[in-house]
Write a protein that binds this ligand. Structure first.
Ligand SMILES: Nc1ncnc2c1ncn2[C@@H]1O[C@H](COP(=O)(O)OP(=O)(O)OP(=O)(O)O)[C@@H](O)[C@H]1O
Ligand SMILES: [Mg+2]
Length: 238
């Protein structure tokens, strides 16, 4: 697949046009940002690691009949994806109290939630991605009621499938962020699923194996990403 013009460069990825107007090349970068872009850095090898983890997880989700934008891997840091019209809402699924939820509850991180929690954030850099309600999503016309129901169902199914997948690899899926888009009358899971977008804790030691190491200046950021890569692609340790 020939790489065409660069369509968009974000903080973690670049999107390129291809000769097929329905397809894009998603290239994963080593750069990392946190705290609304205030902290910037590089995680050496992250692009390739996240590309491969995302590819594996998209393929796995497809096997559970969850439609995704993934078409195929092109190189260690590139994948071919279906071009979607991104729904400008970040969907967060939480299984464990952590991050901004811990702050809001004024609670330590680590409590298992009785049921998964869904949250929605508006993708709008100028507004700093504020949290929004389902009613606001409908009121702003970001998605139809039907689309929102589908997105919620898909997000909870992704959670059920991935929670088990990670548990078998001795990883606790604390929370994660998803993006969805429209393509040919369908809603597809888009963007990426990686240690940049998931909180993953070692099931035994509780060690953080995700972007929180970068956010909090903890040592071993690259090693943590490599560890997740090994557990995801290597299959369950039995
Ligand atoms: N299949 C797709 N088709 C079109 N756009 C996509 C697709 N998958 C992901 N995107 C969008 O491509 C961009 C990927 O780049 P990146 O994740 O680096 O952006 P970002 O810096 O996080 O900024 P943004 O706030 O736009 O997400 C995102 O804007 C994402 O919403
Ligand atoms: Mg992004």
């Amino acid at each position: 697949m020939k790489k065409g013009a660069k369509l968009y460069e974000g903080k973690a990825k670049k999107m390129y046009l291809t000769e097929n107007p329905e397809l894009l090349i998603q290239e994963f970068k080593d750069s990392a940002t946190a705290f609304d872009g205030a902290k910037k850095g590089t995680i050496r090898g992250k692009g390739a690691i996240n590309n491969q983890i995302s590819a594996h997880l998209f393929r796995y989700l497809e096997s559970y009949h969850i439609p995704t934008h993934f078409v195929r891997t092109l190189s260690d840091r590139e994948m071919l994806v279906k071009k979607v019209e991104i729904i400008p809402v970040e969907v967060v699924v939480r299984n464990v109290v952590a991050g901004s939820l811990a702050k809001r509850l004024n609670e330590e991180e680590g409590r298992d939630l009785p049921e998964p929690l869904l949250e929605f954030y508006l993708k709008d850099d100028a507004l700093h991605d504020p949290m929004i309600t389902e009613e606001e999503i409908l009121e702003r016309g970001l998605a139809t009621a039907q689309e929102l129901e589908k997105i919620k169902r898909m997000a909870l199914k992704v959670n059920a499938v991935l929670k088990d997948f990670f548990a078998r690899r001795k990883l606790r899926l604390v929370d994660f962020k998803l993006e969805f888009g429209r393509h040919g009358g369908e809603i597809l899971l888009a963007d990426e699923i990686s240690p940049d977008t998931c909180r993953l804790w070692d099931a035994e030691t509780g060690e953080r194996l995700d972007k929180d190491r970068f956010r909090r200046d903890l040592p071993g950021v690259v090693e943590a990403y490599r560890e997740v890569h090994e557990r995801v692609l290597g299959g369950p340790v039995v």
